[in-house]
Design a binder for this molecule. Structure first.
Ligand code: ZN
Length: 249
C-alpha cells in the first residue's frame, strides 16, 4: 500500500518534471512570492494613505444662557420637543453639533477602521465664525451643558464614546476578511504587472540576442572575428581569434 503510494507520488513528479526550467520560469516562480510580499506591504501602505471619513451620527442643538447657572443646552429633536421646554425664553448663546465620526482605511476594501472620533462644532453667536472641532475640556461650562443635554435626550452611548476617544481607549479595528480580500486584489495586480514585465524583458532579450547573432554572422562573412571584429583574412587558419581568443567557428 505504502509502496504503491510512493510509486504514485514518484510518477506524478516524474511526469510533471517535463517543464523546461529556465531563468524565465524561475523569474515567474519568484514573482509569485515577491508579489505576495509586496501585496501585504501594499495593504498597510494603502491604510496609511487611503482614508474615507464618514459621520456615523450627528446631534445638533443649542446652548442657552440660563437663569441660575451659566449655561443650559438642549438638542434639536422633533421627537423630544418636551426636552426643550425648560429653555423656552432663554437667550441663545451658541449652536452646537456633536459628530460621531469613523474613518475607513485601506484600498480596495476598507480593511481597517481608524479609531472613532467625536467632533464638537460650536457656533458661539457673539463670535465670528464657527469653532470646528472645538477642544473643550469636560468641565468647561458649555461642554458640561451639552453633555447634560445629550444625557437627557438618551445619547448615553455617544457620551461614553466621546469619553473613550478622549482617554485614548478607542482603538482601530481590523477586518480580516477585507484585509485578505485587499491582499488578493493587490497580489493579482502585482502578479499581472510582474508577468508583463517578464514577457517584455524576455522579448527584449530575444531581440538583443538575435541582433548579436546577426552581427556575428555578418562579421564572419566579411572574414572578421565575430566577437571583436579583428581582421582574420590572410592569417594562417586557426579555430581561435589571435586577438581576443574567441572561437571563430
Ligand atoms: Zn577576436
Amino acid at each position: 500500500m505504502l509502496k504503491r503510494l510512493r510509486y504514485k507520488l514518484w510518477s506524478i513528479r516524474y511526469h510533471s518534471a517535463s517543464r523546461e526550467r529556465t531563468a524565465w520560469t524561475a523569474a515567474r516562480d519568484w514573482s509569485l512570492a515577491v508579489s505576495l510580499a509586496l501585496a501585504i506591504v501594499a495593504l498597510f501602505v494603502s491604510e496609511v494613505f487611503v482614508a474615507r471619513t464618514g459621520t456615523v451620527r450627528e446631534v445638533r442643538g443649542k446652548v442657552y444662557v440660563a437663569d441660575g447657572g451659566p449655561f443650559v443646552a438642549a438638542v434639536d429633536d422633533a421627537a423630544a420637543r418636551h426636552l426643550t421646554r425648560d429653555v423656552i425664553g432663554l437667550p441663545t448663546d451658541a449652536e452646537f453639533a456633536v459628530l460621531l465620526q469613523r474613518a475607513e482605511r485601506g484600498w480596495p476594501f476598507a480593511s481597517a477602521d481608524a479609531p472613532t472620533r467625536v467632533r464638537l462644532d460650536l457656533n458661539i453667536l457673539n463670535e465670528v465664525g464657527t469653532r470646528i472641532d472645538a477642544q473643550l475640556v469636560p468641565d468647561e461650562p458649555r461642554r458640561a451643558a451639552i453633555t447634560g443635554a445629550l444625557r437627557r435626550a438618551g445619547h448615553d452611548e455617544l457620551i461614553s464614546q466621546w469619553r473613550a476617544v478622549e482617554s485614548g481607549e478607542a482603538r482601530p479595528r481590523r477586518s480580516w476578511l477585507a484585509s485578505l480580500g485587499s491582499i488578493m486584489v493587490w497580489w493579482l495586480m502585482l502578479l499581472a504587472a510582474a508577468n508583463i514585465g517578464i514577457i517584455l524583458a524576455r522579448a527584449g532579450a530575444i531581440m538583443i540576442f538575435s541582433h548579436h547573432a546577426d552581427r556575428a554572422a555578418e562579421r564572419l562573412a566579411r572574414g572578421r572575428c565575430p566577437t571583436c571584429d579583428y581582421d582574420l583574412r590572410g592569417l594562417e587558419y586557426s579555430d581561435r581569434c589571435p586577438e581576443c581568443g574567441a572561437l571563430v567557428d
